[in-house]
Each structure stands twice: as C-alpha cells, then as structure tokens.
Design a protein around this ligand. Sequence first.
Ligand SMILES: C[S@@+](CC[C@H](N)C(=O)[O-])C[C@H]1O[C@@H](n2cnc3c(N)ncnc32)[C@H](O)[C@@H]1O
Ligand SMILES: [Zn+2]
Length: 269
Amino acid sequence: MYLCPLCQTPLLLNLKQYQCTNNHSFDIAKEGYVNLLPVQQKNSKDPGDNKDMMQARRTFLQAGWYEPLAKAVADILAGINPRLLLDLGCGEGYYTGQIETALTKSQVYGVDISKTAVKWAAKAYPNINFSVASAYQLPFAEQSFDAVVRIYAPSKAEELARVIKPEGHLLTVVPGPRHLIEMKQAVYANVQLHSDAIAPITGFTHLKRERLQFQLQFKHADDVLALIQMVPLAWKFTAEQKQQFADTVPLISVDFLIDVYQKTTQLSL
Ligand SMILES: C[S@@+](CC[C@H](N)C(=O)[O-])C[C@H]1O[C@@H](n2cnc3c(N)ncnc32)[C@H](O)[C@@H]1O
Ligand SMILES: [Zn+2]
C-alpha cells in the first residue's frame, strides 16, 4: 500500500522495516506506526497540532462528547462499504477507531503530520495502519482507496483525486454556522458565522450533505476547559475568561456539516 516518500516506488515490508527498491528504509515504531515524513516535507520541527491542544482533544473526545458525529460518519461510511479507507489528518485516532469498529470488513489507514498524534493513535488502535505523512504528499499509490474521510483537517484536491479509486468517495466534516456559537459570543462583539456553502473540490461531485446539530450540557467546568483548549479560538480567551465561561455557560451548541463527494469519472472526448 505504501509508497516511498523519497522516490515514490512501492515499499515492501521486510521484518520490522519498510524498504523500497532504492534501499530507502523506514522503521516500524514499537507502537506499530511508520514515519513516512521526510525532513524536506517538514515545515517545522514538530509539525501539526501542538501537544496541549492534542491532549485536550483526546480528553474531550474520549469522554464521548462528539460521539453523535462519530456515529453519523460511521453510518454514512457503512452505506458506502469501502474495502480500503483512509482517515486523513486522523489526529489521535478517535474517529478512525470508531469507524474501524463499525466497519468490520474495511481495512483502515490513518495519516497525520503530527508524530505525537500518530504515536498515541497507534497505541490505542492496533488494528489500524497509521503513518506520519503530509496530506499534501500522501505516501500511497494512485487509486489506493475506496473512500477517504477528512474531519477538520487540511487536504489538497489533486492528492485526494490521485489516491481515491474511480467513483470512490470522499467524506468531509467542517463546522456549521452555529458551531460553538456561545463560545464565540464570549469573546467576539460581532460573531461571524461559519459559512454553510458547499466547498467545490476539483475532480469530485458533491453527492449529499447531512447537518448534525446538538447541544452539549456540561456539568463540570473541566470538560468545558478541555473544549476551549482544543479549538483555535482558545487563544482569544484570557485565563480568567476561560474559567468564567467554564463556570457559567454549561450549554454549548455543536453544528457539523458532513458532506459526501464522489470522484468524477473522466470522460475522454
Ligand atoms: C483539528 S485536527 C482534527 C483531528 C481529527 N480528525 C479529529 O477530528 O479528532 C487537524 C489534524 O490535522 C493534522 N494536520 C495538519 N496539517 C496536516 C498536513 N499537512 N498533513 C496531515 N495532517 C495534518 C493535525 O496534526 C491535526 O491532527
Ligand atoms: Zn525510495
């Protein structure tokens, strides 16, 4: 499945290493993942989300607050029934794990640029094939996957079109207009709503959208603090504002837009 990130020839498994015909080799870490991110593709020493943000996200997701999203995504994917599936920008693997449990017949791959996130993911979900790599240069051959999932992560249309099979599917999750609106109201005088326009993706046709809205009823300030810490909005809050918000606003709206696209078949003229 994997391609060498240095010379793009197939990688073959040789004991605890992946090797290409040009003798580039990549060790399988003790947690079971493989690091396929060459230094040239790193834009910083430790790319991806920072550790505090990831730790907060892990605590929050593991507590099950976003389980309805995991379930909705897994249900849609079950209808597609992909044999080979990639979770792009999989983070610590929370959704990847839920999806893998729901799709018993699928072989699931997860990719993230953050080594720390992938290490945690591989430890927690041994049945999933995790690798450290960039979404902009995926270490997979053309037409590898029946479906790709992208939950709150960056991607590049050409790379998506390259690794997805003809007529394969792409499922994306982005925040909807009312997502975490109470949190925004706490720090912005004029709240800008997220757009609900459907993003065109070159090479794909949009098939359907599901909007998932629900409310989180918090009882403990610590859970609210974890939520604040895992979103980019965190830096807008002072420490005092965070605590005050966590103590007084126990009801928070969640709004997700789940879009399903299909790879467009090229018609030759
Ligand atoms: C907001 S998080 C979402 C993680 C996960 N899908 C979730 O919802 O829990 C975005 C993820 O994209 C990863 N990421 C950022 N830039 C990336 C890139 N160029 N290639 C792959 N992953 C990237 C980050 O490390 C982070 O784990
Ligand atoms: Zn190579």
